[in-house]
Write a protein that binds this ligand. Structure first.
Ligand code: ADQ
Length: 506
């Protein structure tokens, strides 16, 4: 493969490039980088080295020429309309997504979807090989690109390859349903290091290699064959986070604070403003949350305008049938509850099906007394960490599902099992009525955790793990102690939560 053009020491590959297309008044097209946690993290690790980002620009058809934005070289990968339908909406979002999220809805299997997935993964791998310098570090992101590590290694044994999974990795019993399970595992084993959100996700992967491929495993390391000198791949947890400093600054700005006040006023200054913020996705447990809140309205435990619930549901994957059905269901239920319990000028649930700028999101977080996060399964859930970050005033309360990755870090939240509607109702009420002092204690501890473990630290840790794999990197004693203390606290929180047992009389 010729490498006559410019190459880079660090190559990021993700399904999407971090840019949005903007059309000027005369139809001229330009690209604006979309601010997001991942971009901030990558900027922090690209300082001092030359970095490239390989990804789809977001529109079917021809890809724009490579260009540079915010000092990152962007290398667009083209996708045809059929590939968007088969690789992205089909295999990624209607086969892998349900399997990796506990089969909350059934997965759909089509052989031609997998063919498209394989073809697109190969195109990504080729683009990576083109821009990677000799001995470069290649960091591949997420479930859309699981075959890429092996495909890159085939051509470029000189580079170091890491992969990070933003979503859960399923237990082997569920993963085994996937007709292409071997191909996926072999694709991933092309990497040197695999990073996951939770310890359990990394363990699920290692177990799948042992049980489905018959490979030897030892702790968090998998040998890629039975030979004594086989290459070894390490899989461990490295939970993602957010740009704490950037968001904290935004939340403190006087304009954000003023907007938060305005939001509360326009809702009639409720005693308690409850908030839900999610992509409109069946994994997020929006229906369970609304059911619980509906029963609280029915029992008169909450009533507008004293309590107001704002649900922001970001439009998502509307060409996939399960998402269209979910939207209809949620909107029907919100309409029913507002018809039943709303009054003129005082809706029970304010439902917003929009995307908002970062500052408006921060203002919503500052305004909310309770954030309700109830996923049935979620890799991490950044919304929970964003809420905590915006509460430098120490106010607010977080209701958090034990099925979100964030539960393993934010133990001081009001923890719930969203399937247990009675328990969820009690947890929401506890978040409303717990004395201010106790809530502040909890919020302070959670903020400390997020500020210590921000997205910059996450990226640095991932790259450190990758550089040392399959060995563990040398860590300072204080860092190791902090990690051990955290792991112990996590175990304790889980035991305590389960030992409390069913919260309800059934
Ligand atoms: P998501 O499933 O998209 O991410 P999440 O982690 O909550 O879920 O991130 C959503 C992001 O979108 C947040 O930054 C949030 O502020 C933003 N957002 C939500 N609604 C918005 C709106 N209406 N307008 C503007 N912004 C909005 C996947 C996995 C997660 C994992 C992340 C990162 O499913 O489990 O935490 O990747 O690894």
């Amino acid at each position: 493969m010729s490498r006559a053009h410019k190459t880079f020491d660090l190559v990021i590959a993700a399904n999407r490039l971090p840019v949005d297309r903007v059309e000027g008044p005369d139809g001229e097209v330009s690209w604006r980088t979309s601010p997001g946690g991942l971009v901030t993290a990558m900027e922090s690790v690209m300082k001092g080295r030359e970095g490239a980002w390989v990804g789809w620009a977001g529109e079917a058809g021809e890809a724009p020429e490579p260009f540079t934005a915010d000092e990152i070289h962007l290398r667009p990968v083209p996708l045809s309309a059929a590939e968007v339908a088969h690789y992205y909406e089909g295999f990624a979002n209607d086969t892998l997504w349900p399997i990796y999220h506990d089969v909350i809805v059934n997965a759909t299997f089509h052989r031609y979807w997998f063919t498209a997935y394989e073809r697109v993964n190969r195109r990504f791998a080729e683009a990576i090989c083109e821009v990677a310098a000799e001995g470069a570090t290649v960091w591949v992101h997420d479930y859309q690109l699981q075959l890429v590590p092996e495909m890159v290694r085939e051509h470029r044994p000189d580079v170091r390859i890491g992969w990070f999974n933003h979503i859960p990795f399923p237990p082997v019993e569920l993963f085994a349903q996937l007709p292409w399970r071997r191909r996926v595992l072999e694709g991933l084993l092309g990497a040197d290091y695999l990073g996951f959100q939770r310890v359990a996700d990394a363990q699920n992967f290692v177990r799948a290699c042992r049980q489905l491929l018959g490979l030897p495993t030892r702790g968090d390391v998998v040998s890629v064959s039975r030979d004594d000198d086989a290459r070894r791949v390490r899989a461990s947890a490295v939970p993602i986070s957010i740009d704490f400093k950037g968001l904290d600054e935004l939340a403190r700005q006087p304009e954000t604070q003023a907007r938060a006040k305005e939001i509360r006023e326009s809702l009639g200054n409720p005693e308690t403003l409850l908030l839900g913020v999610d992509r409109l996705d069946y994994t997020k447990g929006i229906g369970h949350r609304i059911k619980a809140y509906g029963e609280l309205l029915e029992e008169d435990q909450v009533a507008p305008p004293r309590e107001v619930f704002v649900q922001v549901a970001t439009p998502s994957r509307e060409r996939v049938a399960a998402y269209r059905e979910l939207r209809l269901e949620i909107e029907r239920e919100v309409g029913r509850l507002n018809g039943e319990y709303g009054r003129i000028g005082a809706q029970a649930i304010q439902y917003l099906h929009h995307s908002y700028p970062r500052q408006e999101m921060a203002a919503l977080f500052v305004a909310a007394d309770v954030l309700v996060v109830t996923p049935l399964r979620d890799g991490m859930n950044l919304v929970a960490k964003e809420y905590v970050t915006c509460r430098h005033d120490g106010g607010g309360a977080l209701v958090l599902s034990e099925f979100a990755g964030a539960f393993h870090e934010l133990h001081q939240a009001f923890i719930c099992n969203p399937h247990d509607i009675e328990g969820l109702k009690q947890t929401i009420m506890a978040a409303i009525v717990t004395p201010e002092k106790e809530k502040r204690r909890r919020m302070k501890a959670m903020r400390r955790r997020v500020s210590d473990h921000d997205v910059q630290r996450w990226a640095a840790r991932f790259l450190d793990n990758l550089a040392h794999a399959p060995e563990r990197p040398e860590r300072s004693t204080s860092e190791r102690e902090a990690d051990e203390a955290h792991a112990a606290a996590d175990r304790r929180a889980r035991e305590l939560h389960h030992a409390r047992g069913p919260r309800t009389k059934h």
